[in-house]
Design a protein around this ligand. Structure first.
Ligand code: SAM
Length: 216
């Protein structure tokens, strides 16, 4: 695994592209500028790693498009030291961006092969997180409550279990819709326990599976 002048240059160009597409959060862009995205794809696909596209990572799953990662991470508004639960580790790329932002990360993946691969890769890269194999639609109660919860798969609704595992003023970012497309939602748990919902752009994600996801 090498991060050469060429890959650093391609990454800088990708970050400029994201800025041009409207990503304004400089902390997020800086974190994405640090993480070598080509480490998360097969070595034959170095060039594709720095295009603004989602890409197949095996097991019928994808590494999210960089724009989507930047968009979701910006909405999450991560503060250094935040305890974050990510649902859908996938390749581990989004996990690395959250760790680079100074989060204490818990990340849960349903697919065992992807969980094992991502955990091994992040260990090798010295990105420290807590990797869990299981159904993230139910959250991860043992480490709750969380400052932030990020769902990186399309959900039919916001699972109550996830809202229950948020701290006061905590935020859940989750794409909600049908199997064809979803809108990005940001749900904040107010001090009185009420949930404030904001609706953002439309995206297309692979489905959230499990107890509170799609039964496919
Ligand atoms: N953020 C990832 C990345 O940077 O590579 C991409 C995530 S991919 C779009 C969605 C992931 O969610 C897939 O790896 C899928 O296996 C996982 N997933 C789906 N349902 C899940 C569930 N109930 N719990 C945990 N992971 C789930």
């Amino acid at each position: 695994m090498q991060d050469t002048y060429k890959t650093k240059g391609m990454r800088a160009a990708l970050i400029s592209n994201l800025r041009e597409k409207g990503i304004r959060d400089e902390r997020v862009l800086e974190a994405m500028g640090k993480v070598p995205r080509h480490f998360f794809l097969d070595s034959a696909f170095v060039n594709q790693a720095y295009q603004d596209i989602a890409f197949n990572i095996g097991e019928g799953q994808t590494i999210s498009q960089p724009y989507t990662v930047a968009y979701q991470t910006s909405l999450l508004d991560v503060q250094v030291g935040d305890k974050i639960l990510e649902i859908g580790t996938g390749s581990g790329y989004q996990s690395s961006v959250l760790i680079a932002l100074g989060a204490t990360l818990y990340t849960i993946e349903y697919n065992r092969k992807l969980y094992e691969k991502a955990r091994a890769l992040l260990l090798k890269m010295n990105y420290k997180g807590n990797f869990i194999h299981g159904d993230g639609s139910q959250g991860f109660l043992s480490a709750a409550p969380y400052n932030r919860i990020l769902v990186t798969a399309g959900a039919p609704q916001a699972p109550q279990a996830l809202l229950d595992q948020l701290k006061e003023n905590g935020k859940l970012v989750i794409p909600i819709g049908d199997l064809k497309s979803q809108v990005m939602c940001s749900l904040t748990k107010l001090a009185n326990g009420e949930i404030k919902k904001e609706v953002h752009e439309q995206f297309v994600f692979v489905p959230l599976l499990g107890k509170h996801g799609w039964k496919l």
